[in-house]
Design a protein around this ligand. Structure first.
Ligand SMILES: [Mg+2]
Length: 311
Protein backbone atom coordinates (compact mmCIF):
# COMPACT_ATOMS: atom_id res chain seq x y z
CA UNK A 1 0.00 0.00 0.00
CA UNK A 2 1.27 3.48 -0.83
CA UNK A 3 1.00 6.31 1.64
CA UNK A 4 1.56 9.67 -0.05
CA UNK A 5 1.97 11.50 3.22
CA UNK A 6 3.83 14.79 2.99
CA UNK A 7 5.74 14.24 6.20
CA UNK A 8 7.25 10.82 6.49
CA UNK A 9 7.04 9.76 10.12
CA UNK A 10 10.64 8.72 10.52
CA UNK A 11 11.36 9.43 14.15
CA UNK A 12 10.39 7.61 17.29
CA UNK A 13 6.83 8.92 17.17
CA UNK A 14 5.45 5.76 15.65
CA UNK A 15 8.12 3.10 15.53
CA UNK A 16 5.71 0.43 14.40
CA UNK A 17 8.33 -1.35 12.36
CA UNK A 18 6.30 -4.49 12.01
CA UNK A 19 3.20 -2.82 10.65
CA UNK A 20 3.89 0.23 8.55
CA UNK A 21 6.74 -0.58 6.26
CA UNK A 22 5.50 -3.60 4.39
CA UNK A 23 2.83 -3.96 1.75
CA UNK A 24 -0.38 -5.92 1.72
CA UNK A 25 1.25 -9.02 0.21
CA UNK A 26 3.86 -9.43 2.93
CA UNK A 27 2.27 -7.93 6.04
CA UNK A 28 0.91 -10.59 8.37
CA UNK A 29 -2.79 -10.37 8.93
CA UNK A 30 -3.28 -7.90 11.77
CA UNK A 31 -6.12 -10.02 13.09
CA UNK A 32 -3.87 -13.08 13.27
CA UNK A 33 -3.42 -13.91 16.98
CA UNK A 34 0.29 -14.45 16.35
CA UNK A 35 0.65 -10.85 15.17
CA UNK A 36 3.00 -8.82 17.28
CA UNK A 37 1.60 -6.14 19.60
CA UNK A 38 1.84 -2.69 17.97
CA UNK A 39 4.65 -0.50 19.30
CA UNK A 40 2.31 2.03 20.90
CA UNK A 41 0.71 -0.71 22.96
CA UNK A 42 3.98 -2.47 23.72
CA UNK A 43 5.28 0.74 25.26
CA UNK A 44 2.09 1.65 27.12
CA UNK A 45 0.57 -1.75 27.72
CA UNK A 46 0.22 -1.39 31.47
CA UNK A 47 -1.64 1.93 31.22
CA UNK A 48 -3.94 0.75 28.43
CA UNK A 49 -4.79 -2.51 30.17
CA UNK A 50 -5.42 -0.69 33.47
CA UNK A 51 -7.82 1.65 31.68
CA UNK A 52 -9.67 -1.27 30.09
CA UNK A 53 -9.86 -3.10 33.42
CA UNK A 54 -11.32 -0.01 35.08
CA UNK A 55 -14.14 0.52 32.55
CA UNK A 56 -17.35 -1.33 31.67
CA UNK A 57 -17.08 -0.74 27.94
CA UNK A 58 -15.18 0.90 25.13
CA UNK A 59 -16.19 3.75 22.82
CA UNK A 60 -13.74 4.01 19.92
CA UNK A 61 -14.14 7.15 17.81
CA UNK A 62 -12.08 7.32 14.64
CA UNK A 63 -11.36 10.06 12.16
CA UNK A 64 -11.50 8.89 8.52
CA UNK A 65 -9.00 10.68 6.23
CA UNK A 66 -5.41 10.13 7.36
CA UNK A 67 -6.58 7.78 10.11
CA UNK A 68 -8.57 4.90 8.60
CA UNK A 69 -7.74 5.84 5.00
CA UNK A 70 -4.48 7.22 3.62
CA UNK A 71 -4.60 10.88 2.54
CA UNK A 72 -5.03 11.10 -1.22
CA UNK A 73 -4.55 14.03 -3.59
CA UNK A 74 -8.25 14.20 -4.30
CA UNK A 75 -10.76 13.68 -1.48
CA UNK A 76 -12.89 11.41 -3.66
CA UNK A 77 -9.98 8.97 -4.00
CA UNK A 78 -9.68 8.18 -0.28
CA UNK A 79 -10.65 4.60 0.50
CA UNK A 80 -10.51 2.39 3.58
CA UNK A 81 -8.43 -0.79 3.00
CA UNK A 82 -10.46 -4.00 3.27
CA UNK A 83 -8.37 -5.22 6.20
CA UNK A 84 -9.04 -2.01 8.11
CA UNK A 85 -12.77 -2.30 7.43
CA UNK A 86 -12.63 -5.87 8.75
CA UNK A 87 -10.76 -4.75 11.87
CA UNK A 88 -13.36 -2.03 12.56
CA UNK A 89 -16.21 -4.48 12.02
CA UNK A 90 -14.64 -7.11 14.30
CA UNK A 91 -14.11 -4.57 17.09
CA UNK A 92 -17.65 -3.20 16.76
CA UNK A 93 -19.00 -6.73 16.99
CA UNK A 94 -17.98 -7.17 20.64
CA UNK A 95 -20.54 -6.56 23.37
CA UNK A 96 -19.92 -3.36 25.36
CA UNK A 97 -17.98 -1.87 22.45
CA UNK A 98 -19.20 0.92 20.19
CA UNK A 99 -17.29 2.27 17.21
CA UNK A 100 -17.99 5.62 15.58
CA UNK A 101 -16.34 7.35 12.65
CA UNK A 102 -16.06 11.12 13.17
CA UNK A 103 -15.24 13.01 9.99
CA UNK A 104 -15.27 16.42 8.40
CA UNK A 105 -16.91 14.76 5.42
CA UNK A 106 -20.63 14.82 4.84
CA UNK A 107 -22.19 11.98 6.86
CA UNK A 108 -23.61 10.12 3.87
CA UNK A 109 -20.23 10.28 2.13
CA UNK A 110 -18.16 8.93 5.02
CA UNK A 111 -20.73 6.26 5.81
CA UNK A 112 -20.63 4.98 2.25
CA UNK A 113 -16.83 5.01 2.19
CA UNK A 114 -16.54 3.05 5.44
CA UNK A 115 -19.23 0.66 4.26
CA UNK A 116 -20.34 -0.57 7.69
CA UNK A 117 -24.01 0.36 8.17
CA UNK A 118 -24.22 -0.84 11.78
CA UNK A 119 -21.63 1.42 13.41
CA UNK A 120 -22.17 5.09 14.32
CA UNK A 121 -21.11 8.14 12.35
CA UNK A 122 -20.59 11.83 12.90
CA UNK A 123 -20.31 13.83 9.68
CA UNK A 124 -19.44 17.47 9.12
CA UNK A 125 -17.41 17.44 12.36
CA UNK A 126 -20.46 16.25 14.26
CA UNK A 127 -23.04 18.67 12.90
CA UNK A 128 -24.65 15.49 11.61
CA UNK A 129 -24.76 12.42 13.86
CA UNK A 130 -25.98 8.91 13.17
CA UNK A 131 -26.03 6.89 16.36
CA UNK A 132 -29.24 4.93 16.26
CA UNK A 133 -31.09 7.79 14.68
CA UNK A 134 -30.06 10.68 12.48
CA UNK A 135 -29.66 14.17 13.87
CA UNK A 136 -28.60 17.50 12.46
CA UNK A 137 -27.70 20.44 14.63
CA UNK A 138 -30.72 22.76 14.21
CA UNK A 139 -28.72 25.92 13.54
CA UNK A 140 -26.65 24.02 11.03
CA UNK A 141 -29.73 22.98 9.10
CA UNK A 142 -30.71 26.63 8.73
CA UNK A 143 -27.26 27.36 7.33
CA UNK A 144 -27.53 25.07 4.31
CA UNK A 145 -28.79 27.81 1.97
CA UNK A 146 -26.08 30.22 3.08
CA UNK A 147 -23.40 27.60 2.55
CA UNK A 148 -24.72 26.87 -0.93
CA UNK A 149 -24.60 30.53 -1.94
CA UNK A 150 -21.08 30.95 -0.52
CA UNK A 151 -19.97 27.92 -2.53
CA UNK A 152 -21.33 29.50 -5.71
CA UNK A 153 -19.55 32.80 -4.98
CA UNK A 154 -16.26 31.03 -4.29
CA UNK A 155 -16.53 28.78 -7.33
CA UNK A 156 -16.93 31.90 -9.52
CA UNK A 157 -14.20 33.85 -7.78
CA UNK A 158 -11.66 31.02 -7.92
CA UNK A 159 -12.54 29.84 -11.43
CA UNK A 160 -9.17 31.02 -12.79
CA UNK A 161 -7.12 29.03 -10.32
CA UNK A 162 -6.15 25.53 -11.41
CA UNK A 163 -6.69 22.68 -8.99
CA UNK A 164 -9.00 24.37 -6.50
CA UNK A 165 -11.99 22.26 -5.46
CA UNK A 166 -14.99 23.87 -3.76
CA UNK A 167 -17.02 21.13 -2.14
CA UNK A 168 -20.53 21.82 -0.85
CA UNK A 169 -21.12 19.36 1.99
CA UNK A 170 -24.63 20.52 2.87
CA UNK A 171 -24.24 22.12 6.30
CA UNK A 172 -20.57 22.97 5.69
CA UNK A 173 -18.23 23.50 2.75
CA UNK A 174 -14.58 22.65 2.11
CA UNK A 175 -12.18 24.44 -0.21
CA UNK A 176 -9.39 22.02 -1.17
CA UNK A 177 -6.08 23.49 -2.36
CA UNK A 178 -3.79 20.45 -2.34
CA UNK A 179 -3.58 20.58 -6.15
CA UNK A 180 -3.06 24.35 -6.35
CA UNK A 181 0.40 25.80 -7.17
CA UNK A 182 2.14 26.97 -3.99
CA UNK A 183 2.30 30.61 -5.11
CA UNK A 184 -1.44 30.66 -5.73
CA UNK A 185 -2.47 29.20 -2.38
CA UNK A 186 -2.47 32.64 -0.68
CA UNK A 187 -4.88 33.88 -3.37
CA UNK A 188 -7.27 31.08 -2.46
CA UNK A 189 -6.83 31.74 1.26
CA UNK A 190 -7.40 35.48 0.84
CA UNK A 191 -10.54 34.94 -1.23
CA UNK A 192 -12.05 32.60 1.34
CA UNK A 193 -10.99 34.70 4.32
CA UNK A 194 -12.37 37.92 2.80
CA UNK A 195 -15.68 36.28 2.02
CA UNK A 196 -16.05 34.77 5.49
CA UNK A 197 -15.10 38.11 7.08
CA UNK A 198 -18.30 39.62 5.64
CA UNK A 199 -20.47 37.02 7.37
CA UNK A 200 -21.12 36.62 11.08
CA UNK A 201 -23.07 33.38 10.62
CA UNK A 202 -20.17 31.47 9.10
CA UNK A 203 -16.75 30.67 10.52
CA UNK A 204 -13.55 29.46 8.95
CA UNK A 205 -11.32 26.61 10.10
CA UNK A 206 -8.25 25.18 8.43
CA UNK A 207 -6.86 21.68 8.01
CA UNK A 208 -4.36 19.88 5.80
CA UNK A 209 -4.58 21.77 2.47
CA UNK A 210 -8.18 22.68 3.17
CA UNK A 211 -10.22 25.68 4.32
CA UNK A 212 -13.55 24.85 5.86
CA UNK A 213 -16.63 27.02 6.11
CA UNK A 214 -18.94 26.09 8.93
CA UNK A 215 -22.00 27.63 10.56
CA UNK A 216 -20.96 29.84 13.46
CA UNK A 217 -22.27 27.47 16.10
CA UNK A 218 -20.16 26.13 18.92
CA UNK A 219 -19.63 22.64 17.63
CA UNK A 220 -16.57 20.56 16.88
CA UNK A 221 -15.31 16.98 16.98
CA UNK A 222 -15.06 17.21 20.77
CA UNK A 223 -18.77 18.01 21.01
CA UNK A 224 -19.39 15.17 18.55
CA UNK A 225 -17.59 12.69 20.80
CA UNK A 226 -19.49 13.96 23.85
CA UNK A 227 -22.78 13.51 21.99
CA UNK A 228 -21.82 10.01 20.80
CA UNK A 229 -20.87 9.04 24.35
CA UNK A 230 -24.22 10.33 25.67
CA UNK A 231 -26.15 8.42 23.04
CA UNK A 232 -24.22 5.15 22.97
CA UNK A 233 -23.14 4.50 26.55
CA UNK A 234 -25.72 3.26 29.08
CA UNK A 235 -26.36 5.89 31.79
CA UNK A 236 -25.21 3.71 34.68
CA UNK A 237 -21.93 2.60 33.08
CA UNK A 238 -18.46 4.11 32.66
CA UNK A 239 -16.91 3.38 29.30
CA UNK A 240 -13.41 4.21 28.14
CA UNK A 241 -13.46 6.72 25.28
CA UNK A 242 -10.67 6.38 22.72
CA UNK A 243 -10.20 8.91 19.92
CA UNK A 244 -7.83 8.51 16.98
CA UNK A 245 -7.19 11.31 14.48
CA UNK A 246 -4.48 13.01 12.42
CA UNK A 247 -5.50 16.62 11.91
CA UNK A 248 -5.99 19.95 13.67
CA UNK A 249 -9.77 19.49 13.83
CA UNK A 250 -9.18 16.33 15.88
CA UNK A 251 -7.56 18.38 18.65
CA UNK A 252 -11.01 19.36 19.99
CA UNK A 253 -11.67 15.66 20.64
CA UNK A 254 -8.26 15.15 22.25
CA UNK A 255 -8.88 18.10 24.61
CA UNK A 256 -12.35 16.84 25.47
CA UNK A 257 -10.96 13.45 26.48
CA UNK A 258 -8.09 14.91 28.50
CA UNK A 259 -7.07 12.20 30.92
CA UNK A 260 -10.53 10.60 30.99
CA UNK A 261 -9.81 8.69 27.80
CA UNK A 262 -7.07 7.75 25.37
CA UNK A 263 -6.24 10.24 22.62
CA UNK A 264 -4.09 8.88 19.80
CA UNK A 265 -2.56 11.21 17.24
CA UNK A 266 -1.70 9.77 13.81
CA UNK A 267 1.49 11.13 12.22
CA UNK A 268 4.24 13.39 13.51
CA UNK A 269 2.70 16.88 13.31
CA UNK A 270 3.81 18.78 16.41
CA UNK A 271 1.63 20.46 18.99
CA UNK A 272 -1.00 17.88 19.74
CA UNK A 273 -2.87 17.43 23.00
CA UNK A 274 -3.08 13.67 22.41
CA UNK A 275 -0.91 11.74 24.87
CA UNK A 276 -0.21 8.92 22.39
CA UNK A 277 0.97 8.72 18.81
CA UNK A 278 1.06 6.22 15.97
CA UNK A 279 2.76 6.62 12.59
CA UNK A 280 0.04 6.00 10.03
CA UNK A 281 -3.25 4.27 9.14
CA UNK A 282 -1.56 0.84 9.13
CA UNK A 283 -0.65 1.33 12.77
CA UNK A 284 -4.23 2.43 13.51
CA UNK A 285 -5.47 -0.84 12.03
CA UNK A 286 -3.01 -2.79 14.20
CA UNK A 287 -4.33 -1.05 17.33
CA UNK A 288 -7.93 -1.81 16.38
CA UNK A 289 -7.04 -5.45 15.76
CA UNK A 290 -5.25 -5.69 19.11
CA UNK A 291 -8.22 -4.15 20.92
CA UNK A 292 -10.56 -6.61 19.23
CA UNK A 293 -8.36 -9.70 19.71
CA UNK A 294 -7.07 -9.00 23.23
CA UNK A 295 -7.98 -5.61 24.67
CA UNK A 296 -11.72 -6.12 25.04
CA UNK A 297 -11.08 -9.19 27.21
CA UNK A 298 -9.87 -6.86 29.96
CA UNK A 299 -12.98 -4.67 30.02
CA UNK A 300 -14.44 -4.51 33.50
CA UNK A 301 -12.36 -7.46 34.73
CA UNK A 302 -10.93 -5.53 37.66
CA UNK A 303 -8.02 -7.87 38.16
CA UNK A 304 -4.40 -8.09 37.04
CA UNK A 305 -1.85 -10.35 35.50
CA UNK A 306 -3.89 -11.78 32.63
CA UNK A 307 -1.71 -12.85 29.69
CA UNK A 308 -2.04 -10.53 26.70
CA UNK A 309 -1.04 -12.75 23.81
CA UNK A 310 2.41 -11.35 23.19
CA UNK A 311 4.81 -13.54 21.28
MG1 LIG B 1 -8.11 13.26 9.20
Amino acid sequence: MVHPTESEPDDDAGDDDSDASTDAETTPDATDPAHEIPALLRENLYVVVEELVDHDGLLVALDFDGTLAAIEHRPEEAAIPDRTREAVAALADHPNVEVAVVSGRELADVRERVGLPDISYAGNHGLEIHAGEYEVHPTARDAEEDIASLCELLTDELAEIDGVIVENKGVTATVHHRLVDDEEVPVVENAVESLVATRDDVRLTTGKDVLELRPAVEWDKGEAVRELYDQLVPDDEEWLPVYVGDDTTDEAAFSLLGDRGLGVKVGDDPGTEAPYRVADPDAVRAILAWLSDYGVEFLGTDHHGVPVGTA
